[in-house]
Ligand binder design. Structure first.
Ligand code: SAH
Ligand code: SF4
Ligand code: F3S
Length: 453
């Protein structure tokens, strides 16, 4: 809904809202549920922040830069007069639970603070603020209670995110997520299946399962027994109408052989497997509390490639972890050469207060850390580009997402490897899976021709 002027007055009395999301796919999922919750409570969404009486900010705290974004954004909107003193500002997501009441001191224009666990209470928190003008802070709840309060989603589109678990109990020493999203908790199997079936009946053909460590999923089945991740994959793969299944994020330590077998047996699982190694030095991995060695990681990728020769393995990397020596960093580069990762993410270590690594001695200079990052990123980019070029001449099964933003005569779709594929075709292909012969590349985007068969 973008044009608020044509809406009935009774709805406008509740207020218009604008949602901005930062951070990972789990936040994107939460942002979509917030839109549905507010809409079903009578609020009306607007696409422009200046038309909103309520602004909802779903934030990320994983690195200092991510955290700063929200406060910079509020300041910029205020400066541009896009928000006024009367705009209700609700700040949630991971910064909400990390800082909670401190936010009221950092930015006095914030009126409502919520966390990833309390998004279902947002409509009542906003209403309570509007009635009382008292700041509302509510960040604590059971991790998976919120799912019981979401209205049945009417979201349409070929691909849908489904969160299968909340939180994380791994406590990698650099990471704030276990403190912002709390301990790991898995949703019951039936709830997940019902949500997938609902999305598929609304037109989705791809389901993307989400969790901070999906491989350690352990939700209950209807009969009370515990279901592990590979069993969940088989259950979801059996839903009629599903054409592709993705999952993020996998932790190497829990990527057991039964999950590798599922990747082998279920062709519906995508070729793109994101399994972050973070670093290649065993000394650093141990300081990070990652609980696998570089050798074990390499063996895992070999097993995955044997199970699925077309697999594209990607990773996240942290460089400049406290105490990382040049020698440690070179071990990361060695693993990169051995595994030959596809499209990956890499970051300079960011100190997060309250995590164990924040207390570790960190002598590496900023300049050195960035030099390492550039070196790593250059090599990762070369590897990814060589994969991109190898697609030329191949035929890819692609899910059509919509019209290309760059050229309205072209459609934008996504291949199993995660690559964007653009090609000429009619709009009625949107939402379908088609075959495209790849003819050229532009950066990491593939261009091709529709194959009619
Ligand atoms: N649960 C996922 C990661 C979630 S956070 C996993 O374990 O793989 C996403 C990525 O952010 C991490 O993989 C890591 O590379 C990066 N990250 C997390 N904390 C960080 C920090 N303090 N500094 C820099 N990067 C960080
Ligand atoms: Fe953070 Fe580690 Fe949990 Fe990933 S597995 S969310 S990096 S603590
Ligand atoms: Fe960021 Fe929270 Fe996701 S810290 S990466 S939004 S879990």
């Amino acid at each position: 809904m973008t044009n608020s002027t044509i809406l009935p007055d009774f709805k406008l009395q509740q207020g218009t809202f604008f949602v901005q999301v930062w951070g990972c796919q789990m936040n994107v999922y939460d942002g979509d549920r917030i839109r549905e919750l507010l809409t079903s409570a009578g609020f009306v969404e607007t696409a422009a922040v200046e038309n909103a009486s309520i602004v909802v900010l779903v934030t990320c705290a994983v690195r200092a830069k991510a955290e700063d974004k929200v406060f910079n954004q509020i300041a910029a909107w205020r400066h541009q007069q896009k928000i006024s003193k009367n705009t209700v500002i609700a700040l949630g997501g991971c910064v909400g639970s990390e800082l909670a009441e401190e936010i009221l001191k950092l930015d006095k224009s914030v009126n409502v603070i919520f966390g990833p666990r309390t998004i279902h209470r947002l409509p009542s928190l906003i209403s309570a603020y509007i009635q009382t003008h008292e700041p509302q802070v509510d960040v604590n709840a059971d991790a998976i209670d919120k799912f019981d309060y979401f209205p049945s989603s009417h979201a349409e589109g070929p691909s849908a995110f489904v969160t299968i678990m909340e939180g994380c109990s791994n406590k990698c020493t650099y990471c704030i997520v276990p403190y912002t999203r709390g301990d790991e908790q898995s949703r019951p199997v039936q709830d997940i299946i019902d949500e997938c079936v609902n999305f598929i009946s609304n037109g989705a053909i791809e389901i993307h399962l989400l969790g901070q460590n999906v491989n350690s999923y352990h939700g209950v089945m209807n009969d009370g027994t515990v279901c592990n991740f590979s069993t969940l994959l088989y259950e979801i793969a059996a839903i009629p109408g599903l054409r592709r299944l993705r999952f993020t994020t996998s932790n190497p330590m829990d990527f057991t052989d039964d999950i590798i077998d599922a990747v082998k047996n279920l062709s519906v699982i995508s070729d793109q497997i994101h399994v972050p190694i973070q670093a290649g030095s065993d000394r650093i991995l141990s300081l990070m509390h990652r609980r696998y060695t570089a050798k074990e990681y390499i063996e895992l990728t070999e097993k995955l490639r044997a199970a699925r020769p077309t697999v594209h393995i990607s990773s996240d990397f942290i460089v400049g972890f406290p105490g990382e020596t040049e020698e440690d960093f070179e071990k990361t580069m060695e693993v990169v050469e051995k595994v030959k990762f596809d499209l990956s993410f890499s970051f300079v270590y960011s100190k997060r207060q309250g995590t164990p690594a924040a207390l570790m001695e960190d002598k590496v200079t900023k300049e050195e850390k960035f030099n390492r990052l550039y070196k790593l990123q250059n090599r990762l980019e070369e590897l990814a580009l060589s994969y991109t070029q190898q697609f030329v001449g191949t035929v890819q099964e692609c899910i059509v997402e919509g019209i290309s933003r760059k050229d309205e005569n072209e459609l934008k779709s996504r291949a199993s490897s995660g690559r964007i594929v653009v090609f000429k075709g009619s709009e009625d292909l949107i939402g379908k899976m088609v075959k495209v012969k790849i003819t050229s590349t532009h950066a990491h985007t593939l261009k091709g021709e529709l194959i009619n068969d």
